[in-house]
Design a protein around this ligand. Structure first.
Ligand SMILES: [Zn+2]
Length: 220
């Protein structure tokens, strides 16, 4: 039986009931994998979800088999075919999704200044996007009008734009309306108007790479 990656279909699905499709143990301990999986395993610059199964806290990891495995922090008793209750902590999921979606949005905000995003790290407190110059006309880091870019971004976030995701074969594609498609397996907000307080904390240029550190929140 295969595992359904529900977290890719719906960022806002915080709980589900499901049966176990696989179990085992490895160097991190005993694990189970649920058929309907709502948990995001760390990857793509986004931290793993915080969550519970039958109210027991679990650590979430991508297992070597490719399954998203859950490692209960206490013994989790269940019988074959039993339906378990899975829960993701909404606050962290939404903050991580806001930071992740903001990271993509930032990619495009720097485009008019001659920079394109090449990598991102979207952990709370240490979020950043790295850019390469598109050509020789990329504006030097000291010349970037960071406060203006921030204000421009805030206006566009207030206006809103839908964020969509779909699959083409094994590839997952994400698109913020009026930008370009991105290949990404992270969780995104449904609309950029749910991103609040997007601020640029610093911009540094080193070894051909522009690094912009930023912060963002989920708008309740
Ligand atoms: Zn993404």
């Amino acid at each position: 039986m295969t595992q359904q990656p529900r977290y890719l279909e719906d960022t806002y699905c915080f709980s589900i009931e499901s049966e176990v499709v696989a179990r085992g143990s490895d160097e991190h301990g005993e694990w189970i994998a649920l058929k309907d999986n709502i948990f995001y395993p760390q990857g793509g610059g986004q931290p793993a979800d915080i969550g519970w199964v039958n109210d027991i806290a679990v650590k979430v990891r991508r297992h070597a088999s490719g399954l998203v495995a859950l490692y209960p922090e206490q013994a989790l008793e269940f019988v074959k075919n039993e339906i378990l209750r899975a829960k993701v902590s909404p606050a962290e999921r939404l903050r991580n999704s806001a930071l992740h979606t903001a990271g993509h949005f930032l990619n495009f905000a720097l485009y008019p200044y001659g920079w394109k995003g090449i990598a991102g790290h979207h952990f709370p407190g240490e979020s950043r996007v790295e850019f390469s110059p598109i050509g020789p006309d990329a504006l030097a880091v000291d010349a970037l009008p960071l406060r203006e870019i921030e204000e421009e971004m805030a206006a566009r976030l207030r206006e809103g734009a839908e964020v969509k995701a779909w699959r083409e074969g094994e590839t997952r594609i994400t698109l913020i309306e009026n930008t370009e498609p991105i290949l990404c397996g992270g969780t995104h907000l449904a609309n950029i108007n749910q991103i609040a307080d997007l601020t640029i904390k610093s911009a540094k240029f080193k070894k051909g790479t522009l690094r912009i550190s930023y912060d963002a929140m989920y708008r309740d």
